[in-house]
Design a protein around this ligand. Structure first.
Ligand SMILES: *Cc1c(COP(=O)(O)O)cnc(C)c1O
Length: 460
């Protein structure tokens, strides 16, 4: 990981501000209890610096806001849809576009269309909503990411890579017909925001082609992945990020996008495909779940902002500052000796809760407890990515026990300054110095699906 020591500044100036609340420890104690020690259940009014997620929390540019005023709110054939279609074709190279209200809307469609009961869907680590839709469609997810991805201490630069031997073994075991597609995320959120290399993707393309298996691209953070390829992969250092993005997409057959991340909008997503048959079926089904195929649950103005955001997301200055801010925070924590997932991810810094709280067993939700403690200390809101997020095996009913038990400090795009990052780092340090006094939690309410969103806890 290149450590950025040269001073740099955000490539924008601030034209509008949103005041944020400062709270007392007493207020935070009450708010946390009320929220069942789940940071998802806090009111945002009680949060100081919100690093819960980078999803839909970006600041739009003045150009995107201007685009909002150009919304064509026609029910059918809105001109903003055609702008979005043009942007997807130009920057990502996919042929056909189906807008959806957000990423999971697209995941629902592609899962329903391509997965049959009993199918296996291999992927470079699971993502919560992606796997949930694969399972709802009757498929089961199989992890084929490289082993390094499950090791918080490994500094392998491309922890998002696929282990082709694992994929080959699945093909040998189940047969290619049982594998409708390989699900490839750029970057891998659950591994800590880790990139896949271009070479690995090319090798994967060759193997899947041989067996007639599609690659469906979870392209939520593709520009961030492309930036890391430019930084770290031999022979790629002189290319434009936009170029690399296009090449990544060209190695896949279709994509689901949560535009709430890379694409710098507060809501939106899409399904894209190069296959006419898949497009036809998606166009047919989208009217049941999202809306007509030229708006997919979005207002015209949302599609316009997304079209503009896609173009901004692959800009060199933008992406360097975006990832640079995350590296800034990560490097501060490394220098202070805080255990974090290495290399530093592109959208956030992931605290290694097992190393942070070695005295709390995984059954007592150490990452959940740590996220709660950070909030209590400073009002900084983070998210658990460990045993609570992993959920239960649908056959055995047992908790998945992931190797990685993490707290994610996710950085929204263009929202906070480096001074905010300094405050966050100071709070993590304070909590670390006091880590021996932090106890685990027990779950007292567990929802059926994606339990991390609404589960409630009590202190042990
Ligand atoms: C956020 C996200 C999704 C789901 O998208 P939503 O817009 O939240 O529905 C899918 N995959 C990855 C990697 C994500 O980060």
């Amino acid at each position: 990981m290149p450590i950025q020591r040269e001073p740099w500044a955000e490539p924008y100036k601030i034209k509008m501000v949103e005041p944020i609340t400062m709270t007392t420890r007493q207020q935070r104690e009450a708010a946390l209890k009320e929220a069942g020690y789940n940071t998802f259940l806090l009111h945002s009014d009680d949060v100081y610096i919100d690093l819960l997620t980078d999803s839909g929390t970006s600041a739009m540019s003045d150009r995107q806001w201007a685009g909002m005023m150009l919304g064509d709110e026609a029910y059918a054939g809105s001109r903003n849809f055609y702008h979005l279609e043009e942007a997807v074709q130009k920057y990502y190279g996919y042929k056909h576009l189906i807008p959806t209200h957000q990423g999971r809307g697209a995941e629902n469609l592609i899962s329903r269309i391509l997965i049959k009961p009993g199918d296996v869907v291999p992927g470079n680590m699971y993502f919560t909503t992606t796997r949930a839709h694969q399972e709802l469609a009757g498929g089961s997810f199989a992890d084929i990411i490289v082993d390094e991805a499950h090791d918080a201490k490994s500094t392998f630069p491309f922890k998002g890579n696929v282990d082709l031997k694992k994929l080959q073994a699945l093909i040998d075991k189940h047969g290619a017909k049982k594998i409708p597609y390989v699900s490839i995320a750029t970057t891998v959120n659950m591994a800590g925001g880790q990139p896949i290399s271009l070479q690995n993707l090319k090798d994967l393309r060759a193997l899947t082609k041989k067996h007639g298996i599609r690659i469906i691209h979870d392209m939520t953070r593709v520009a961030e992945n492309a930036y890391m390829i430019k930084q770290l992969e031999k022979g790629q250092e002189n290319r434009n990020v936009a170029d690399i993005v296009l090449e990544i997409c060209s190695l896949t057959d279709g994509a689901t996008m949560s535009a709430k991340k890379d694409a710098l909008v507060n809501i939106g997503g899409f399904l894209a495909t190069n296959e006419w048959d898949v497009f036809e079926e998606a166009r047919n089904q989208v009217v049941l779940y999202e809306g007509l195929h030229t708006y997919g649950g979005l207002a015209g103005r949302d599609m316009e902002a997304m079209a503009i955001g896609i173009g901004e997301s692959v800009g060199e200055d933008h992406i360097r500052a975006r990832v640079g801010q995350v590296l800034y925070l990560g490097n501060k924590l490394i220098e202070a000796g805080i255990p974090i997932v290495l290399p530093i991810g592109t959208h956030g810094v992931f605290l290694d809760a097992k190393a942070f709280l070695p005295h709390v067993p995984q059954t007592a939700y150490p990452a959940q407890a740590l996220a709660a403690e950070l909030y209590l200390d400073s009002g900084v809101r983070t998210m658990e990515r460990g045993v609570v997020s992993a959920g239960r095996n649908k056959e055995t009913g047992e908790d998945y026990m992931p190797e990685l038990e993490l707290v994610r400090l996710t950085v929204p795009r263009r929202v906070y300054t480096q001074a905010h990052m300094d405050v966050v780092a100071a709070s993590v340090l304070r909590v670390y110095e006091n880590h021996k006094n932090i106890t685990g939690l027990k779950m007292v309410y567990e929802p059926k699906y994606l339990r991390f969103f609404q589960a409630r806890f009590e202190k042990i």
